[in-house]
Design a protein. Structure first.
Length: 243
């Protein structure tokens, strides 16, 4: 199994564990090509997966969370690598809280680009795969190589500044903003920092290598997992801003 497939399997295992036994009504926000949605459906859950570019199929709807409506509430909402690039993050989380039943959970898997510091960027740069002329570098390869080349004079910006500029151009939210917005709308039930870079590194670098470097504090973890829940109190506190 390749490391990208391993990463996907880890995400599926985490989400399925948090969702629990079927059948549950599950909404996936930003489903991409639908791998996670299909895994949830195979497990016996009633799945609705939304994305403006969602694939064809009975469980998919081509719509963003902002325009999404549903007649009945969901037991769980899942957002894997989708929150960081939703423009109106607060509005999207309000909508997610609206479609969740009381006591329902929001399960999040996210990318913390703002934790790529000098040591983390150097560690990744040293482990990038050697690409042939016909191969397109991954997002991490492109970013690390551009950072390493530096500006016109070859002078390299600090990694934190470089990645902040790149993320600003892309419109990405940082992990602090995502957590702040989550914290004002949901009660946190679970949080952990996890490995994220290894699928885009050379074949000699596996998940255990990145986890060991994080544990040794050689590099920062650049992924996180979160589970939050709605309560009657949080729903009442959100009510005024929904009017």
């Amino acid at each position: 199994m390749g490391e990208l497939a391993m990463w996907q399997q880890r995400v599926e295992e985490f989400v399925l564990d948090q969702v629990g036994l079927p059948p549950a009504r599950v909404l996936e926000v930003g489903c991409g090509e639908g791998e996670l949605a299909h895994a949830l459906a195979r497990a016996g859950h009633s799945v609705t997966a939304i994305d403006p570019q969602a694939p064809e199929g009975p469980i998919f709807r081509r719509v963003g969370i902002e325009e999404f409506t549903a007649p009945d509430p969901f037991d769980h909402v899942v957002a894997s690598l989708s929150l960081h690039h939703i423009e109106n993050l607060g509005g999207a989380l309000d909508k997610i809280a609206d479609v969740l039943r009381t006591g329902g959970s929001l399960v999040v898997v996210e990318f913390a680009w703002d934790r790529i510091d000098e040591a983390t960027a150097e560690w990744a740069l040293e482990r990038l795969p050697v690409a042939s002329l016909s191969e397109k570098p991954s997002w991490l390869g492109r970013r690390c190589q551009e950072w390493a080349r530096g500006g016109p004079g070859g002078e390299r910006a600090r990694a934190e500044s470089y990645f902040a500029e790149w993320a600003g151009e892309e419109g990405f939210h940082n992990s602090r903003r995502i957590r702040d917005k989550l914290g004002s709308r949901f009660v946190e039930r679970f949080f952990e920092w996890v490995s994220y870079l290894y699928p885009d590194l050379g074949e000699d670098t596996v998940e255990a290598d990145e986890s060991a470097a994080i544990e040794a504090r050689t590099i920062n973890a650049t992924g996180f997992r979160y589970v939050g829940a709605t309560t009657p109190e949080t729903e009442r506190s959100l009510a005024p801003r929904r009017r």
